[in-house]
Design a protein around this ligand. Structure first.
Ligand SMILES: Cc1cc2nc3c(=O)[nH]c(=O)nc-3n(C[C@H](O)[C@H](O)[C@H](O)COP(=O)(O)O)c2cc1C
Length: 336
């Protein structure tokens, strides 16, 4: 059965397929964005960046803002609580060619929240709207979206701050909202509340709404669209270590059989990913970065436990290669 899906619109930008790679700190860096694109991701967003870091010249800024002509359309995500620095950071992203500016008011990490950034802003709807309005003015006409959570507190059933922010943001000219329907206090635990997605969709028809939360499989992505009416789906943990997610969701929507990657294909993608990562970070840091990717790639391997144990000890290119040789040749030893 085919599932006809409309392109995803974020302001003046049209994205051909509505299931996209989420912003993922520690994962959605340039190498992984390129890998996911090569397997069908139509849009990807950077890891979240602190606005002030973009205002300071230096290595960190250069590293954060690294892009590539093949990495488009791309969203640049920032977080902060001061309208002026957020606006300055947004201008920098726009001028560097980021196709969408994404404001993060959702990050639940304790260090972030305690510094009044990210998810903290879900408890401060008026301040959040101030930031949004000033950023909107600073980058007029440029695609602008937000990442929100359902509420700050877990026991907040009414989600009033969310409704205030959503209404004010759309009124201020924000082009799209990506809503993760867990509370900030919930971090990543428990279930996402897809009913709330449906309620926001119904209250703001014609505005772009992207859903996030509990999209573990390609089928979940299509189910989220069918059950809630969102315009787009942001694939997060479901796409970590499974960049084939994007090819598979396109196959599923087209009514085609879903193709699992062969071991040879997994190896080819991991080799390319490693090469891109080493080119960006150097061997030492790049190998460290690829260690956690290697572990997560194990989820599509027939023997995930063996893969986890093998990658955990990898310290350099030779050891990385040895794991691929041992576990990604066509003969697979049974899981012990
Ligand atoms: C390791 C990790 C890093 C994340 N980093 C970001 C981030 O930088 N920016 C952001 O907006 N959301 C970030 N998120 C949240 C995801 O984009 C997504 O909203 C959340 O994981 C819910 O979707 P899921 O249940 O399908 O994983 C992150 C989530 C995880 C697990």
């Amino acid at each position: 059965m085919t599932t006809p899906l409309a392109p995803l619109k974020i302001g003046s930008l049209t994205i051909d397929f509505p299931v996209v790679l989420a912003a993922l700190a520690g994962y959605s860096d340039l190498p992984y964005r390129l890998i996911c694109r090569s397997l069908g991701a139509s849009f990807a967003t950077t890891e979240v960046m602190i606005d002030r870091f973009l205002l300071q010249e230096g290595k960190l800024r250069k590293h954060l803002l690294r892009s590539d002509p093949a990495d488009h359309p791309v969203g640049g995500q920032i977080m902060g609580s001061d309208p002026q620095t957020m606006a300055q950071a947004a201008v920098i992203l726009r001028d560097l060619g980021f196709d969408v500016i994404d404001l993060n008011f959702a990050c639940p990490v304790r260090k972030v929240v305690s510094r009044h950034r990210g998810g903290y802003m879900m408890s401060q709807p008026e301040q959040t709207l101030d930031v949004i309005r000033v950023v909107r003015e600073a980058v007029p006409g440029h695609p602008l979206m937000l990442k929100l959570r359902r509420s700050f507190a877990l026991d907040d059933q009414r989600c009033e701050a969310l409704w205030t922010i959503v209404r004010g943001a759309y009124d201020a000219g924000v082009d799209a909202i990506c809503l993760h329907t867990r509370a900030v206090e919930q971090m990543y635990r428990g279930e996402a509340d897809w009913k709330l997605l449906r309620a926001v969709r119904a209250a703001f028809p014609g505005r772009t709404l992207i859903g996030s939360g509990d999209v573990r499989t390609p089928a979940d992505a299509l189910r989220m669209i069918a059950e809630t009416g969102v315009d787009g789906v942001s694939a997060a943990r479901g796409a970590i270590g499974n960049p084939w997610f994007f090819r598979q969701v396109r196959e599923l929507a087209a009514g085609l059989p879903v193709s699992a990657p062969s071991l040879a294909e997994q190896r080819a993608v991991m080799e390319l990913h490693y090469a891109l990562t080493i080119a960006q970070y150097g061997e030492r840091k790049g190998t460290f970065q690829m260690r956690h990717f290697g572990i997560s790639y194990g989820r599509v391997h027939p023997h995930p436990k063996q893969i986890r144990m093998a990658f955990v000890a990898v310290r350099n290119a030779a050891e990385w290669q040895a794991v691929l040789d041992a576990h990604y040749s066509s003969v697979v030893r049974p899981e012990s």
